[in-house]
Design a protein around this ligand. Structure first.
Ligand code: C5J
Length: 224
């Protein structure tokens, strides 16, 4: 059993039944010219967490955790993109429109790939999700249960949209969640701060929060 110094209290988990979920660290959100930038955001803060997420991935791999990567993406014919979602953003810069990295948020396009520094390894799960949450239309719930996963460590972008939605959905489905706070980021610093507070409020209403250093220390303590 691993015990992490977390908020609002100590967080315990079994590595054998734990997965690291890295949400949407894809070029669409991290690189200039992608969907995030098309919506008017500065992508630099999201880019800045890549080294921390890489360290977290290295730790998870070293500890033999199940590793899951998600990508927000749609089919080329947009059959899985509801009109309400497709209407987001300026005409010409919407989902499916051509951009500097191929069609925006479309499966298989260069912009839809996870940034090279965090590329999935053989055997890691890659989940293409048409929604903000990682369970909608992905079959992930069944797959996690079949693999005996009970605890999910969360990282990725953006904190208040796809990360928080996935964490809340996971909580409703009975999975336990720990958000690694320096391995997640938002285009809006206040939204990130608020999300971390929302997660840990009321005794950890949808999960808990810890830093990568605390997670690393917890694994080290177990080994010693
Ligand atoms: C957004 C995401 N923000 N991955 N997607 O549209 O958070």
């Amino acid at each position: 059993m691993i015990q992490v110094d977390a908020r609002p209290g100590a967080y315990r988990f079994e590595p054998a039944t734990t997965a690291l979920v890295v949400i949407d660290m894809q070029r669409d959100f991290l690189d200039p010219g992608g969907f995030g930038a098309a919506l008017g955001n500065d992508v630099a803060p999201l880019r800045a967490i890549v080294p921390v997420v890489a360290d977290l991935l290295a730790l998870a791999r070293h500890q033999s955790l199940t590793v899951i990567h998600t990508r927000e993406s749609h089919a080329p014919d947009l059959s899985d993109c509801p009109p309400a979602k497709h209407q987001q953003g300026k005409p010409g810069l919407r989902i499916g429109d051509p951009g500097p990295m191929g069609r925006i948020l479309i499966r298989g396009e260069p912009g839809n790939q996870i940034v090279p520094e965090l590329a999935p390894l053989d055997g890691e799960w890659v989940i293409d999700k048409p929604g903000k949450g990682m369970f909608y239309a992905t079959g992930l719930d069944r797959r996690l249960r079949d693999a005996g996963i009970e605890t999910l460590l969360f990282a990725g972008v953006t904190t208040e949209v796809c990360v928080q939605t996935s964490m809340r959905e996971a909580c409703d489905r009975g999975f336990r969640g720990l958000l690694i706070e320096d391995a997640t980021e938002s285009y809006f610093p206040d939204f990130k701060r608020a999300t971390l507070e929302m997660v840990v409020a009321q005794g950890g209403i949808v999960g808990q929060v810890a830093g990568l250093a605390a997670l690393r220390a917890a694994f080290r303590n177990k080994e010693s």
